[in-house]
Design a protein around this ligand. Structure first.
Ligand code: NAP
Length: 292
C-alpha cells in the first residue's frame, strides 16, 4: 500500500456513499480505482447512516466540505425532500442516487442508473437498436430506471412483466405520460411471456431472481428471435442462469456489472473533475471485490 496516496491533504476532495448498511457496496472500491488511476487527491468513503440519521447526514455534507455523495438502499426515495434541486430524470424515476454539493452549498440530486443501464447496453451489445418492442421483467426500484432509459432511447413499445401485476400497472401509469410509446403491464407468467416474446428486440431481467441465494428466473427463451439481446442487471453472480440460458441459445447477452460501473461516471466527474473510463481492468478489479 502506498502511504502517500492515503495521506490526505487539506485539499482532499471528499465524496462517499450514504446507505444502511453500506458494507456490501462496491462503490468505494470502484471510485478508489479511478482515484488511484488518475492520481487524484480525493477520497470516497462508505458512510453508514442509521435509520433516523439521513437528514443530519445530508445537511452535514456541505459543512464537512464534501463534494457530494451517492445514495443507496434504503434512502434513494427518502432523500428527495431534503434536496434543494432534483433533476427531471430523478423525478421521473422517483429516486436519487447521486448528490452534488454546489459552490453555494446547496445540494442537487440526480439519478444516474438510467444512463448507466443504457451506456452499458450500447457498450456490450453495440448492434442493438431501439427499433423493436422490449420486455422488462420486474417492476421494482431498478426497473423504473431501466424502463425510463429504454423509453428515452426511443423503443416503440415496452412490455413490463411482474409477479405482482398491480406494481407493473402502477409503473406503466407513472411513466406513460412522459413518453409516446405504449407500455403494457403483464403478469410474469409463462403463457404471457410466450405470446409476447416472438417480436422482441431485447429482454431485461430487473427482478432479484438469479441473484446468489435466490431462485433463477425461469422463462423459455426459445421463443425469442435469434437476433434478440438478453440483459440481466443482477451482477452477483455475473453469469446468471437467465444469461446462461440465453448464451446456450446463441443469443447476445449483457451482464449487470457494467450498469454499476457506468452509472458511477457522472458522480465521479462532478466530484473529482475528470470523466473516467469503464475498462476491462476496472471490471476485473470490481469483480475481485465481489469475490467472483
Ligand atoms: P426491488 O425494488 O426489491 O424489486 C424486486 C423485483 O423482483 C420486483 O419486481 C419483484 O416482484 C421481483 N421479485 C422478487 N422475488 C421474486 C420472485 N420470487 N418471483 C418473481 N419476481 C420476484 O429490487 P431492485 O432494487 O429493483 O433490485 C432488483 C435487482 O437488481 C437486485 O438483484 C439488484 O441487485 C439489482 N440491481 C442492479 C443494479 C446494477 O447497477 N447492475 C442496480 C440496481 C439494482 P414483486 O413486485 O412481485 O415483488
Amino acid at each position: 500500500m502506498n502511504p502517500d496516496f492515503l495521506a490526505h491533504s487539506g485539499k482532499t476532495l471528499l465524496a462517499g456513499v450514504i446507505g444502511w448498511p453500506v458494507a456490501h457496496s462496491q462503490s468505494p472500491r470502484l471510485h478508489a480505482y479511478w482515484l488511484a488511476e488518475r492520481g487524484i487527491d480525493g477520497a470516497y468513503l462508505p458512510l453508514a447512516v442509521p435509520p433516523g440519521g439521513l437528514e443530519a447526514a445530508v445537511r452535514g455534507l456541505p459543512a464537512l466540505g464534501f463534494r457530494g455523495a451517492n445514495v443507496t438502499i434504503p434512502y434513494k426515495e427518502a432523500v428527495i425532500p431534503l434536496l434543494d434541486r432534483v433533476s427531471p430524470v430523478a423525478r421521473r424515476i422517483g429516486a436519487v442516487n447521486t448528490l452534488i454539493v454546489e459552490a453555494d452549498g446547496t445540494i442537487s440530486g440526480t439519478n444516474t442508473d438510467a444512463e448507466g443501464f443504457i451506456e452499458n447496453l450500447r457498450d456490450r451489445a453495440p448492434a442493438w437498436r431501439p427499433d423493436r418492442p422490449v420486455a422488462v421483467l420486474g417492476a421494482g426500484g431498478a426497473a423504473r430506471a431501466v424502463c425510463a432509459a429504454l423509453l428515452q432511447a426511443g423503443v416503440p413499445e415496452l412490455r413490463l412483466f411482474n409477479r405482482t401485476l398491480e406494481k407493473a400497472e402502477r409503473l406503466a401509469q407513472a411513466l406513460g405520460p412522459d413518453f409516446a410509446a405504449p407500455i403494457r403491464a403483464l403478469p410474469l407468467a409463462a403463457a404471457d411471456w410466450a405470446k409476447a416474446a416472438p417480436d422482441l428486440g431485447l429482454a431485461v431481467n430487473t427482478t432479484s431472481l438469479g441473484m446468489t441465494g435466490h431462485p433463477p428466473l425461469d422463462l423459455d427463451l426459445g421463443c425469442l428471435p435469434a437476433d434478440a439481446v438478453v440483459a440481466d442487471i443482477v451482477y452477483n453472480p455475473l453469469r446468471t442462469p437467465f444469461l446462461a440460458a440465453a448464451e446456450n441459445r446463441g443469443l447476445a447477452t449483457v451482464d449487470g456489472l457494467g450498469m454499476l460501473l457506468f452509472q458511477a461516471r457522472a458522480g465521479f466527474a462532478a466530484w473529482f473533475g475528470q470523466t473516467p473510463e469503464v475498462t476491462p481492468d476496472l471490471r476485473a478489479f470490481v469483480l475481485r471485490g465481489l469475490g467472483t
